[in-house]
Design a protein around this ligand. Structure first.
Ligand SMILES: Nc1ncnc2c1ncn2[C@@H]1O[C@H](COP(=O)(O)OP(=O)(O)OP(=O)(O)O)[C@@H](O)[C@H]1O
Ligand SMILES: [Mg+2]
Length: 250
């Protein structure tokens, strides 16, 4: 089974420890949401799962589908079916988005890559996401609006067909209509693929569309409380400072 298992990891960058003895398990079909104050280590967690070399795992293990990820590079992790929609995706001036997407898919599919099939899918997903046609001929994320950058992440998700979809603030910078389009497409993909979702957000609105099965609150590099979707209302009403962390439902 394609389960993500994080066992007691501690993670540091240069001299600073960010994640402390962090554990989490995410199974296919589950929708996990992590919320928490700025600077608490949420992006660090997803970047570490994806294999960003700025982050060093000093103890603990990450497994996907029973395979140890700790020493695998990012492309190996992507080939296992792990996808990260980044909080701040990089821009690549001079590299056309179409070339970038094609290279990404062909390096995953290797000898099975079929250009006609790729172009057909690209057109289909662009229409679903209501993305301007000219966006594929422009340089990757260069001069894209905030909303276009986020839609491009979902386009990548579709094309890579992952079994674990991690989305880091996919809702930031989206207008109300774009938010609905992005949320609908995430849900469509989730239902069609049976993937697991691991979502980071600061806002309840996205979660009105995508109802989580598990909600976690993270503070200072650790999960301090877990529960079902009712926890979202508690956060809205009480804020992180006033939440009762004694009644942890883990
Ligand atoms: N590459 C890095 N080098 C140095 N410090 C880093 C690095 N990445 C993260 N940090 C620090 O680690 C802490 C956690 O950062 P992270 O981006 O994981 O927070 P976050 O919970 O995602 O916050 P936000 O809600 O603002 O996105 C912050 O203090 C940040 O400055
Ligand atoms: Mg972040």
């Amino acid at each position: 089974m394609n389960s993500l298992k994080i066992n007691n990891i501690s993670v540091k960058t240069e001299d600073k420890e960010i994640l402390k003895d962090f554990s989490l398990e995410v199974n296919p079909g589950e929708i996990h949401v992590i919320m928490g104050p700025n600077g608490t280590g949420k992006s660090t967690l997803l970047n570490t799962i994806m294999g960003d070399s700025s982050y060093v795992i000093t103890s603990g293990e990450i497994y996907y589908n029973d395979k140890l990820l700790n020493n695998l590079d990012t492309s190996d992790r992507a080939n296992l079916g792990i996808f990260l929609g980044m909080q701040k995706p990089i821009s690549l001036e001079g590299v056309s988005n179409a070339d970038f997407l094609r290279t990404m898919v062909s390096s995953k599919e290797k000898e099975n890559f079929n250009l006609m099939k790729f172009v057909k899918k690209l057109n289909e997903y662009q229409e679903k996401l209501k993305i301007n046609k000219d966006m594929v001929s422009r340089s990757v994320n260069t001069g894209f609006s905030g909303g276009e950058i986020k839609k491009n992440e979902i386009l990548e998700m579709y094309l890579l067909n992952p079994s674990l979809v991690m989305l880091d603030e996919i809702d930031s910078g989206l207008d109300v209509d774009s938010l609905k389009i992005v949320a609908d497409n995430i849900l469509d993909y989730y239902k069609e693929s049976g993937c697991a979702l691991l979502i980071i957000t600061h806002y309840q609105k996205l979660l009105d569309y995508i109802k989580p099965t598990h909600v976690h609150i993270m503070k200072n590099g650790k999960i301090i409380k877990s529960g079902d979707s009712s926890l979202i209302n508690d956060i809205e009403q009480l804020g992180y400072e006033n939440l009762d962390t004694e009644t942890n439902e883990i």
